[in-house]
Design a protein around this ligand. Structure first.
Ligand SMILES: NC(=O)c1ccc[n+]([C@@H]2O[C@H](COP(=O)([O-])OP(=O)(O)OC[C@H]3O[C@@H](n4cnc5c(N)ncnc54)[C@H](OP(=O)(O)O)[C@@H]3O)[C@@H](O)[C@H]2O)c1
Length: 385
């Protein structure tokens, strides 16, 4: 008997969809942190690569193996640091462990961290949501075995708003310590001021407001700092409004990690200036422009920046590439930079940001570029509640 269109919808499509939705829901609910799974799947897919979260780790190409006889090279000459409240120092050049395909494959993450530390880098930026703590930890452990002192390494991680809350933060940081294989974490940040739609945190489930949840999380980080399990507490993607809410409450705010490159709108520079004049260090993420999400934006910000005439002129003038000019500009603006890369040659280029100095007139010229920000990705965190 031939089926009509109505029968196909009722007996085939609807049951098929129901099974697919039930399978997806079962799968996501069985994962401790489904959002991280989705993130680690979407990033490689948006870069045209099969995700290790689905096909398994160790299959992706990218970061070469680290030679077994490679020993730690000297730290960069003229390395620069930012002073943290309480006396610590944040190396201004770091490496980001998110958002590119190679940061989603545990084997490549291990190699990346090991390469970077052996090449003389010391600042690693991670987050719970990047889903690669354990591989980062293995890279650190191998670098320590080869002679890099633990106390020289600065490890940052972040707690995602789905885990905000006092008890939840304390529990999660204990998990991060275990996953990373460390006795203490150098800095833990609140990753984003508020939860994304449809997501909730233990704190929200208790009926607390977003602002109360941030403060509960901060209280837990302040306790962990007193216990010595974390050395510094900070925030990320916080606008001035969010920062002021935590000031004078518990631990000093050590850092605000924000998107920062020469094409940001003016209010971002205001946030940087406020932080710097109030003892809060600033870390620039996406210092080369947003590079990760290609599905929505088409042309990547990094390519837009590389096409900019002024940056190209300065690149010829200083004999450095556009990425190095952009990183140096952020470093001279007083920020730490954390470009992510799985490529050891790019790591060397990024570490050589300490080797040259942009003249004042060139810094001024780059500062004017903020006025041509159109077309660059920008999320205005001032809108977040
Ligand atoms: N707090 C937050 O909300 C937040 C948000 C986004 C990012 N972050 C952090 O900031 C880090 C940096 O973010 P991102 O947006 O820049 O993304 P990213 O995913 O780290 O991307 C950096 C990109 O630039 C390329 N690259 C790096 N150095 C280069 C060089 N010298 N020359 C040419 N290409 C180079 C890398 O490619 P190769 O691998 O080929 O070198 C990579 O594709 C992240 O890894 C993460 O740790 C934080």
């Amino acid at each position: 008997m031939k089926m009509g269109i109505k029968d196909i919808i009722v007996w085939r499509i609807i049951p098929g969809l129901a099974v697919a939705i039930a399978a997806a829901a079962g799968f996501f609910l069985s994962h401790e942190f489904p959002f991280a799974f989705i993130f680690a799947t979407v990033v490689p897919l948006s870069n045209g690569v099969l995700p290790p979260s689905v096909v398994g780790h160790g299959k992706m190409r990218g970061t070469p193996e680290v030679p077994s006889d490679l020993m730690p090279l000297p730290r960069p000459k003229d390395e620069l640091f930012l002073d943290l409240p309480g006396g610590g120092k944040l190396p201004q050049q770091g490496i980001g462990m998110c958002c590119r395909a190679t940061a989603t494959d545990d084997v490549l993450v291990y190699r990346t961290v090991l390469w970077y530390l052996l090449l003389g880098g010391r600042h690693i930026d991670g987050a719970h949501v990047y889903w690669n703590h354990a591989a980062i930890g293995r890279g650190i452990s191998e670098a320590i075995r080869r002679g890099v002192p633990r106390e020289e390494i600065f490890v940052t991680t972040k707690i995602f708003p789905t885990h905000f809350g006092f008890e939840s933060t304390k529990e999660n940081v204990q998990n991060y310590l275990r996953e990373l294989g460390l006795g203490y974490i150098d800095m833990v940040l609140l990753h984003w001021p508020q939860n994304f739609p449809l997501l909730s945190s233990p704190c929200q489930k208790e009926g607390k407001s977003r602002s109360e949840c941030r403060r509960e999380t901060w209280r837990a980080l302040s306790n962990l700092r007193e216990e010595g399990l974390i050395k510094n507490a900070g925030v990320s993607n916080f606008s001035l409004k969010h920062i002021k809410e935590l000031e004078g409450f518990g631990a000093p705010i050590a850092n605000n990690q924000i998107s920062f490159h020469p094409f940001e709108p003016d209010h971002v520079m205001e946030t940087v200036k406020y932080c710097q004049s109030n003892g809060i260090t600033v870390t620039a993420y996406s210092p080369l422009g947003l590079t990760s999400i290609t599905i929505c934006s088409g042309m990547r910000d990094k390519d837009r920046a590389h096409a900019n005439n002024l940056l190209r002129e300065l690149s010829s003038k200083y004999g450095k590439n556009v990425s190095q000019i952009m990183l140096r500009w952020a470093v001279q603006t007083g920020c730490a930079v954390i470009p992510g890369t799985g490529n050891p040659d790019h790591m060397k280029e990024n570490l050589s940001v300490y080797e040259f100095y942009l003249r004042d007139e060139d810094m001024d010229a780059i500062n004017q570029l903020k006025h041509v920000a159109e077309g660059f990705t920008h999320v205005d965190v001032r809108q977040l509640e």
